[in-house]
Write a protein that binds this ligand. Sequence first.
Ligand code: SF4
Ligand code: SF4
Length: 180
Amino acid sequence: MSDVFEPCASCGAKCCINYRVVLTDFDVKRIVKSESIAPEVFCELVREEEVKHEEKAVIFLSDGKDKINSYVLCLKRRRNGHCVFLGKEGKCLLYGARPTVCRCYPFEVGEKGELTKVKNYSCPREWKEEEMGTGEYLEVWKRREKETDEFAKKVREWNAKYGRKERRWGKALEFLCEGC
Ligand code: SF4
Ligand code: SF4
């Protein structure tokens, strides 16, 4: 698939510096295939309260005693908070295999199928209609919804079977990204 928002290359990657990137197993699979690296190299489970993204599948893990903690599957960040795939010149090292959330930002699809800016829009760039590639964007958006739903099902299965007794995050990653 061709890239959706090529103009991002010139922005300084403000969204890649400021936000947590929420993943599905589909995103993980695409990155594994493109970069030939294992999921644990770039994935981490982040406490639910640290992830502001609205659509997030909440993964349970036991603390080994009587408490259940809630996490979200995200891309790792470096110590400075930047996405682990952000290159030195502010460009995405993944670009063609970047997660669907990155492909969609900073827009979403409204109730009538129209393209709108995300809530709390903080992108510094003024987008022109022709740059937004509306038809292709809608395809990516549909795929995102489908993949998000399927991943949420998998997470519910994990939570029901293991989330209240398993404490190893590697086991959750193995289960959720099986076949990646
Ligand atoms: S979406 Fe906006 S903030 Fe993010 S890289 Fe593109 S221009 Fe920059
Ligand atoms: S994967 Fe790429 S586009 Fe997404 S946050 Fe990281 S550097 Fe930015």
